[in-house]
Design a protein around this ligand. Sequence first.
Ligand SMILES: Nc1ncnc2c1ncn2[C@@H]1O[C@H](COP(=O)(O)OP(=O)(O)O)[C@@H](O)[C@H]1O
Ligand SMILES: [Mg+2]
Length: 198
Amino acid sequence: MGLDLEYTNGQTPLEEDEKDGLLIPTITTRADLDEYEHLNIEEAMFWITSKTLKTETIFTEKFVRNLHKRMYGNVWKWAGDFRKTNKNLGVDKWQIPTELKNLCDDALYWVQQKTYSPDEIAIRFKHRIVSIHCFPNGNGRHSRLMADIIIEKIFNLPLFTWGAGDLIQQGDIRTNYIQAVKEADQGNFAPLISFSRS
Ligand SMILES: Nc1ncnc2c1ncn2[C@@H]1O[C@H](COP(=O)(O)OP(=O)(O)O)[C@@H](O)[C@H]1O
Ligand SMILES: [Mg+2]
């Protein structure tokens, strides 16, 4: 093989199991995959921009799954389908529909009762849905787009900035983000809320 040039700068090849359900056979590296997913997510964001969405529509399994399908459906066969295996993060695979229903019911109540500020409602929803980990992959980006949809479509407030940099690649922004996520795991949402507005 010679020098490992192909392993630098995100040129990491995908593992065999990571290729399961890949709809575009020419994608062979992490960098290719990031690029295709990014384009697909931009399409999903464009689809959302033109839509008026009611609170009762957003907080449903149907919408949550449809958004995931819109974000990754060009790239992954399983886009929009709940995970069929257990992961180190997330609830047991059989609990996904129930946990998601509970979250949607809770979130609807938070909005109606003004239990928390708009930012806190969006961020609590984001954190709990990524903790359920509904899908085989793409949960982090999906949860952030859900938070953006909640803040814009329900509350008519400016979108989150999410550290104003690259959250996907390793780096300081990613490190700060994961730190804030871990605080939220302990029930302290302030760091994640302030990160999302930084
Ligand atoms: N301890 C944790 N608690 C809750 N969420 C976490 C934790 N660690 C990681 N995450 C979330 O899981 C995401 C990774 O899941 P994944 O499905 O691979 O999403 P993506 O492919 O969009 O990055 C991270 O981006 C982060 O948002
Ligand atoms: Mg991932």
